[in-house]
Design a protein around this ligand. Structure first.
Ligand SMILES: [Zn+2]
Length: 114
């Protein structure tokens, strides 16, 4: 399984649910800045979100599921991929720990073989 396939398997909806971020009319309050009114749009088609607030460090960036996990939990990209793979059932608890330590290219190699 390649990393794009992992992204396909994990929907942005599931990620928001996991972090208990309520959605209304494809909008939600952005978790990356102090958001009083929902500034983040959810794009189910492309499986991404985007925050329109100028006060946000992630303002106007297209954020996919991996990026969302990475920013939300302040992880590296490799750690976020390990986390995503755990959510979709690819990684067990122990392999997840192992994956977190791995460099990105090694991680890509492992998932590609799955
Ligand atoms: Zn924001």
């Amino acid at each position: 399984m390649s990393i794009p396939e992992i992204k396909q398997k994990l929907s942005i909806q599931e990620v928001l649910e996991n972090y208990q971020i309520p959605e209304k009319n494809q909008m939600c309050r952005c978790p990356f800045h102090e958001d009083q009114t929902p500034s983040m749009q959810i794009f189910n088609d492309s499986n991404t979100v985007r925050c329109y607030s100028g006060n946000c460090p992630q303002s106007n960036k297209v954020i996919d599921v991996i990026d969302f996990i990475m920013y939300y939990e302040k992880l590296t990209k490799a750690q976020a991929i390990a986390k995503a793979s755990q959510w979709i059932g690819l990684a067990t608890k122990s392999s997840y720990k192992e994956y977190q330590e791995l460099p990105m290219d090694r991680l890509e190699e492992i998932f590609y073989k799955m």
